[in-house]
Structures are given as structure tokens and as C-alpha cells.
Ligand binder design. Structure first.
Ligand SMILES: [Fe+2]
Length: 144
């Protein structure tokens, strides 16, 4: 089986607002925990449990991100577009988790690992960077 490389946080992933960066780092950590579980073949349902945790945390993160965009004064159409992207991302992660439930072969888990990498990095690098010029003006914790 092909070795899964952990995701390394890189400063180029920063959106310039520490509160959101911290959440992105936590998402990276959870994905890396998934890799760890697949690599070491611990309890069979562990990868699935980690996917559940990832889904729950991603949903929380997306809500915070939407609030941050609104507070930072991002244009309304940009916020709406980003919300739609989040909805798609949630659907995708649910699909991935469901697939992991029905097939926990090493091959399927490795494919899931690749998918999670793309899911997370493309979201942060392509989508989230669009709001960086606004959100990077925010300081301190997110006041909801
Ligand atoms: Fe994000």
C-alpha cells in the first residue's frame, strides 16, 4: 500500500486571522490522525470515528468562518457563494464517511486519505484565500 504522507502546516496556508488559522490547523491534525489510524491499523472502526469527528468539527468551523466573513465586511455575494461551497463540502465529507462504513479495506482507506487531503487543502488554498484580504483585518477571538 502506498504510504500516506501527513499534511504539514505551512505558513502559506494562513488566511491572516489567527482564530481561523487555528481551526484550519485543527482540521489538519484530525486528517493526520486519520492517516495515523490507517497506517497502524488500530481498531477497525477508528477511521470511521475520526471521520465523524472531522465532520462535526468542520461544520463548526464553517459556521465560524461564515460569521468571520460577515464581521469582516466581505461582500454579501461572496459570503453566499462561500456558504454554498461549505454545503457542498459537508455533503462530500458525509459521502466519504458513509463509504468508509461500507468498505474499510486498506485500498479504500488510502483513497479516502487522498480525498481528505484534497478536500482540505483545496478548500483552504483556493476558496478561503479569497476572503483573506477582509478576514485578515480581524483580531482576537471571534465574537459571535
Ligand atoms: Fe476554512
Amino acid at each position: 500500500m502506498k504510504e500516506i504522507a501527513y499534511i504539514q502546516w505551512n505558513d502559506s496556508y494562513s488566511v491572516g486571522y489567527r482564530f481561523i488559522d487555528r481551526q484550519h490547523k485543527k482540521l489538519v491534525d484530525i486528517v493526520n490522525t486519520f492517516y495515523e489510524a490507517v497506517k497502524h491499523g488500530q481498531e477497525a472502526d477508528l477511521p470511521y470515528k475520526i471521520l465523524n469527528r472531522l465532520t462535526a468539527y468542520a461544520e463548526e468551523h464553517f459556521r465560524d468562518e461564515e460569521t468571520a466573513m460577515e464581521l469582516a465586511g466581505c461582500p454579501a455575494d461572496m459570503v453566499e457563494k462561500h456558504k454554498a461551497v461549505h454545503e457542498e463540502l459537508v455533503k462530500e465529507i458525509f459521502k466519504v464517511a458513509e463509504k468508509a462504513l461500507t468498505d474499510n479495506s486498506a485500498k479504500a482507506l488510502a483513497e479516502t486519505g487522498d480525498l481528505l487531503r484534497r478536500w482540505l487543502l483545496e478548500h483552504i488554498l483556493d476558496e478561503d484565500m479569497q476572503y483573506a484580504p477582509w478576514v485578515s483585518k480581524l483580531k482576537g477571538p471571534l465574537v459571535k
